[in-house]
Design a protein around this ligand. Structure first.
Ligand code: PLP
Length: 373
């Protein structure tokens, strides 16, 4: 078996999705599973669907095509505003797209008309994260123009938080989103079916006491996959935080003196340096690097600390204990590490707990619990 690999526990992903679907369902909020951090991995997507999510969303058309090719047939939303050159593909493979530009929406409408279909549009509103979004004051005009555009249907509005700025939405922000839904309907009639409040950063609000108002959907990636809150990094109650683990092989283990230059004490003291005074450190080198994952997003077993990483090597301090060459170290991953590992070609993805859904896995050679993909 390839030693550099991500192991994926589908049962834990399904359980996380189920738990969030149940808790948010009680608050009138549906869950869309976001698959971009796993590049639309079809087994992960199916585990989310088995957990009860009402649909899937991804930021890249290539990932959406991958899910379609694997036989996934639920509504899939494109949550990054489409690029001009991908207009036709978005029309063909996405049920809905999130948009912020009138030109793009007109392109989508024209392409949909060519295919004699209607493409569904959600308007992303800028609520302070300063990434994508239409400003509040333009919203009604914008919505009016979308409704007048042939080939597209306005289905709802959405907000996004804590992507650029690491700030969770407040109850005030969410009440504002509900008011904007009412405001659009005041001018345009009952067009706002979906009010998608944001992603995993919205969970403290959504599961708290504040009224959910008109918000009836969240788009969740990190909470389902990693069981963590993106703003604080803390685990979310009752969710699994170890559905994904990465294994890397030890390729060198040796006692080396601590690096001499540890830290300058003060610039005015020139050559005086602070040096570790413990004797020899066991430095272990793992065959995994920045090209495979984000080394700063790895979490190590207790007693192991990262010293540094380059494109292909990660150096760790294993205190006084030597880890033999050829053995493996198992690590947890934060979002940045997961995202890069899932898209890295040299990292194998090993899936546990796979069920053959609608016979879709039958054509491939599979062991019931282990599939190399
Ligand atoms: C990535 C993304 C999400 C999901 O965010 P998580 O923090 O992983 O839940 C939701 N909406 C949009 C627009 C995104 O780009």
């Amino acid at each position: 078996m390839t030693s550099l690999r991500v192991e994926i526990d589908l049962g834990k992903i399904q359980a996380n999705a189920r738990c969030l679907v149940r808790r948010l369902g009680a608050r009138g909020i549906s869950v869309t599973g976001v698959t971009k951090a796993v590049c639309g991995h079809p087994d992960v997507a199916k585990a989310m669907l088995d957990g009860g999510v009402c649909g899937l969303a991804d930021a890249r058309v290539s990932n959406i095509i991958r899910m379609h090719a694997a036989g996934i047939r639920c509504p899939i939303s494109m949550i990054r505003a489409p690029m001009v050159h991908e207009t036709k593909e978005v029309i063909r493979c996405c049920d809905v797209s999130y948009n912020t530009e009138m030109d793009t929406i007109q392109n989508l409408g024209a392409a949909a008309r060519d295919k004699a279909i209607v493409h569904n549009v959600i308007l992303m509103i800028e609520m302070g994260d300063m990434r994508e979004g239409i400003s509040h004051k333009n919203l009604n005009d914008f919505a009016t123009r979308v409704i007048a555009t042939p080939g597209v249907a306005l289905r709802g509005i959405a907000a996004n938080f804590a992507c650029m700025g690491n700030v969770a939405p407040t109850a005030g922000d969410m009440a504002m989103l509900s008011r904007l839904a009412d405001q659009v309907e005041g001018d345009c009639g009952p067009v706002v079916d979906l009010v998608s409040g944001g992603g995993s950063a919205n969970l403290p609000w959504a599961l708290g006491d504040a009224s959910t108002g008109r918000v009836n959907n969240l788009r969740l990636g990190e909470a389902i996959l990693l069981g963590t809150d993106p703003v604080t990094g803390h685990p979310i109650t009752d969710l699994h935080t170890d559905a994904f683990t990465i294994f890397a092989e030890v390729i060198e283990t040796s006692r080396k003196p601590s690096p001499l230059l540890t830290r300058s004490i003060a610039p005015e003291l020139g050559m005086l340096k602070l040096v570790r005074n413990d004797d020899l450190q066991v430095r272990t080198i793992l065959a995994v690097g920045q090209q495979d994952t984000d080394a700063s997003g790895l979490t190590f077993p207790s007693g192991i600390m990262i010293i540094g990483a380059t494109s292909d090597h990660t150096v760790v301090d294993t205190a006084k204990s030597a880890v033999p060459v050829g053995s493996e170290i198992k690590m947890g991953m934060k979002y940045s590490a997961l995202m890069r590992a899932m898209s890295a070609p040299d990292v194998a993805k090993v899936v546990h707990g796979k069920q053959t859904i609608n016979g879709s896995a039958k054509d491939r050679e599979t062991h019931p619990f282990l599939t190399l993909v």
